[in-house]
Ligand binder design. Structure first.
Ligand code: IMP
Length: 421
């Protein structure tokens, strides 16, 4: 029998670093024609990505994928909202020169509806408007400053200078795919739990011929799945790899089927290397990554980018209400095959068609984490440090890094141990 490996089964072997971690370059690709400045995509889930999340991510160099738990028209509108949103990273927080009078700065903040500004004095100072949610804005501006130390934020723009955005599609809804394409989506991400299916692949192959956007196919979990997808979908622009690893996912528990993200990425790499196109058809690792360390392992395994659900679900910019429980604040997070999400789908999209009637996801809460800027800042510094250990100076060079298996004893030793915490 073959064996599956997941993130905790492996460690990053230290390698010779030629640059300092802060100089590690994170530019990569989400799909054949869509570059990313940061290797992150947000999951197409109704508690993760609508236009606000997608616009903020694109302003900072990452990509949001709008979920499809709504009518095709509403989803197309969401895409248009990102396309018409202002592009500058300096709309997350304002930028001010040291000599700008405070009154003028406060006026600009009020006019723009932006609660914090960074004044480039030395050292830089954060100004928060008295009208704003001060704690949120101060935290966001501090995170923006720490992101700036690691990475110069550049917005992801299309040929017309608009923010880039992805959107989830169903293989059997050509009308939706065309509407999203017409609305300007840059990447259409196939959103099915098991894309290694002849009907799914032939349907998505048809869609891919009809649209201008890049089409990413997934989810897949095996080498043969990737070989079949590449053979059947002529202009396939990317692969979304991983089945059953998601934090809200109960697929493996309910059905016994599983292809953990790390193994799925290694399988995809094997297939693409056999075809001589690894690096040309980008691999997106999807599901189960808890933070920068897991993302780094996925990249070293051969992925070009990581798709994150839970990590982004706690952001202010994620759809969904904040919930206070005692003194703690949470946001709702649920699987797209959970009961609540499926009920919404059939209530809002009369074209939705069930392929299965069982629930394969759960609903829960994740801690509220403030702005997505703070989440990105943490991911970027963690990822640069991780790739630094691997001896990588870029994502392509990370593919030459080494992952090693860890024993049970090594797993114990990896954590802080033998002290009173
Ligand atoms: P996370 O980052 O570990 O939270 O995983 C997010 C990923 O889980 C998504 O990008 C999807 O691939 C997957 N997913 C989303 N909803 C469901 C579900 O209901 N069941 C199984 N997998 C899901």
């Amino acid at each position: 029998m073959r064996e599956y490996l997941t993130f905790d089964d492996v460690a990053i072997a230290p390698g010779l670093a030629t640059v300092e971690p802060s100089e590690v370059e994170l530019t990569t690709k989400a799909s054949k024609n869509v570059e990313l400045y940061l290797p992150f995509l947000s999951s197409p889930m109704d508690t993760v990505t609508e236009w606000r999340m997608a616009a903020s991510l694109a302003r900072l160099g990452a990509l949001g994928v709008i979920h499809r738990n709504m009518s095709a028209e509403s989803q197309a509108l969401q895409v248009k909202m990102v396309k018409s949103a202002p592009q500058s990273p300096w709309l997350e927080v304002l930028k001010a020169k040291e000599d700008e009078p405070l009154d003028s700065l406060l006026f600009r903040m009020e006019e723009a509806g932006i609660g914090a500004a960074i004044v480039f004095s030395s050292p830089p100072t954060i100004v928060v408007s008295s009208a704003a949610d001060q704690e949120f804005w101060f935290h966001k501006a501090s995170a923006f400053l720490s992101l700036l130390r690691e990475h110069k934020p550049l917005p992801l723009l299309d040929e017309e200078g608009r923010l880039r955005v992805g959107a989830a599609i169903s293989p059997f809804d050509e009308r939706r795919a065309k509407l999203l394409d017409g609305a300007g989506a840059d990447v259409l991400v196939l959103d099915v739990a098991h894309a290694h299916n002849v009907n799914v692949l032939s349907s998505v192959a048809r869609i891919a011929k009809e649209v201008r956007a890049d089409v990413v196919v997934g989810n897949l979990g095996s080498r043969s799945g990737v070989l079949d997808a590449v053979a059947r979908v002529e202009n396939i622009a990317g692969l979304r790899m991983g089945i059953g690893s998601g934090s809200i996912c109960s697929t493996a528990e309910v059905t016994g089927a599983f292809a953990p993200t790390l193994t799925a990425v290694m399988e995809a790499r094997k297939a693409l290397e056999e075809l001589g196109v690894h690096g040309k058809i980008p691999i997106i690792a999807d599901g189960g990554m808890r933070g920068a360390g897991d993302v780094a392992k996925a990249l070293i395994a051969g992925a070009s980018a990581a798709m994150l659900g839970r990590v982004f679900a706690g952001a202010e910019e994620a759809p969904g209400a904040k919930i206070r429980v005692g003194s703690r604040v949470y946001k709702q997070y649920r699987g797209m095959a959970s009961r609540g999400a499926m009920e919404r789908r059939f209530a809002e999209d009369r074209y939705a068609r069930p392929s299965k009637s069982i629930e394969e996801g759960v609903e829960g809460l994740v801690p509220y984490r403030g702005s997505v800027v703070a989440i990105l800042a943490e991911l970027v510094s963690g990822l640069k440090a991780a790739l630094g250990y691997a001896g990588a100076h870029s994502i392509e060079s990370a593919w030459r890094g080494e992952l090693v298996r860890v024993t049970a004893a090594a797993k114990e030793e990896q954590r802080p141990h033998d002290i009173l915490l």
